[in-house]
Every structure is written in C-alpha cells, then in structure tokens.
Design a protein around this ligand. Structure first.
Ligand SMILES: *Cc1c(COP(=O)(O)O)cnc(C)c1O
Length: 229
C-alpha cells in the first residue's frame, strides 16, 4: 500500500496534468482532502506532507477530529462539506474555514446568526443539485437564481461560490460541472459584490479531471488519497 504522502503527490500531479490539458493555471485549483470516516492520524500524515485544506462531512466526527491530540491547534483549514442541519451549526461555526454545503436559505440565515453571535464572518458555498436526482441535497438551478438576492443580503456570512456532487456517470458529470460553472456566472451577474463569488467546488476521486476542465477551483478528494471507506 502507498503512503498518504505518495498518494498526495500522485493526485497533485494529476491535478497539474488536468490543468495543463484544460489550459488553466494550477494555482487556481485547490485540493480539499476529504477525510470522513478516516482517523485523525491519517489527516496528520496528510498535514505533515503539506496538505492544509481538509474536508469533513459529519458534525460529530468533525468535532472529535478538530479536538484530537494529533490535530488540535494546527492551522488546518477545515471545510465542512456534508449535509448540515440548522440545529448543528452552532457547534461548528467557529471551527470552519468554509461551509460548502448550504442547501437552504434558512440554513444560510442560521449560519449568519451564529457567526454574528461570535463576531465572525463565515465563508460559504451554496450546494446545487445539478443532476436533478431526488436523493441529492441542494437547490435546483431555478431556485438558486430565483432566491439569490436573499443570500447576498445576509450580514455575517460571505457567499464565495457554488458546490455540487455530480452524477456517477462521467459523461453526465461533465455536463453538470459545466452547468454549475454557467450558474456561477449568472449568480455573479446578479451579485452586488461579484468579486467575492469565484469558487466552484466540484469534482471527486472519480471525476475531478472533468471538473477541472469545466472550471473547478476546489476539488474534493477522499478515496484516491486516504483509500476506500
Ligand atoms: C465523500 C465526499 C467526497 C469525496 O469523495 P471520493 O469519491 O472519496 O473522492 C467529496 N465530496 C463530498 C461532498 C463527499 O461527501
């Protein structure tokens, strides 16, 4: 079995290749290492190999890991990427670098409220259901464009862009990534501060090359780095 450090180097090389193929600058694509179900010791290995952006999906597990002896106090940038219920936001608001998975206006409002209570401004992304699969979370493209104005108005959060989880079918995935990129442009056209809204969080172990081709600025990779779950 390969070490985390070797996996990380291999993924970075693939990201670089994908960027060159797509005519993009590698500095414009950030790797988020997705560590759900994996122990803090493995995250520490990734951190020691230079990986600072870490993605977690479950609140309880996230809290345990941020407080674990292997990781406590390190300047890890914790990205929350899993489904987030409003009543859990208070536990994570002062620990996250960015929330990728805001899928309702009411959740964004709660994030803003909890951030204000701690004198923080929290960066977040809106999750969009680009595949239309009923099992997926996220606003539909129509809902996103219709309700965007209310997201811009929230005081203690900053909307940075959009996130999606694509269909398992790679050819469909590519179209869904392009749709998200198109929605980001439409969102920017409506935004009072379009310069803040630049992030496209899309692409996982199986489809990140296509996501980079379509404009991803953050790819969320778990399995290829930490192994099967
Ligand atoms: C688990 C997860 C990933 C990583 O998926 P892999 O296929 O293991 O790379 C990315 N994004 C989200 C939202 C996830 O839940």
């Amino acid at each position: 079995m390969k070490t985390i450090s070797e996996n990380l180097a291999a993924i970075q090389k693939e990201i670089l290749t994908s960027c060159l193929k797509a005519g993009r600058s590698p500095e414009d694509v950030r790797l988020i290492a997705v560590s759900k179900t994996k122990p803090a010791s493995l995250i520490r290995e990734a951190y020691d190999a230079g990986q600072i952006d870490i993605g977690e999906s479950y609140v309880q597990e996230f809290l345990e890991k941020t407080a674990s002896p292997e990781l406590e106090g390190l300047p890890v940038r914790w990205h929350f990427i899993g489904h987030l219920q409003s009543n859990k936001i208070k536990y994570i608001v002062d620990k996250v670098y960015m929330v990728h998975s805001i899928d309702k206006l009411s959740t964004a409002r709660e994030l803003s409220k909890r951030a204000a209570a701690k004198n923080l401004t929290v960066d977040y992304l809106i999750e969009v259901n680009t595949s239309g699969e009923p099992s997926k979370f996220g606003l539909s493209p129509e809902e996103l464009l219709k309700t965007a104005g209310s997201f811009f108005d929230l005081p203690s959060v900053t909307l940075r862009g959009l996130m999606t989880i694509a269909s398992p079918d790679p050819s469909l995935a590519h179209e869904e990534f392009k749709l998200l990129a198109n929605l980001l442009e439409q969102l920017r056209a409506k935004a009072p501060h379009p310069e803040n809204i630049t992030e496209l969080s899309m692409g996982m172990s199986g489809d990140f090359e296509k996501a980079i081709d379509a404009g991803a600025t953050m790819v969320r990779i778990g399995t290829a780095l930490f192994g099967r779950r």
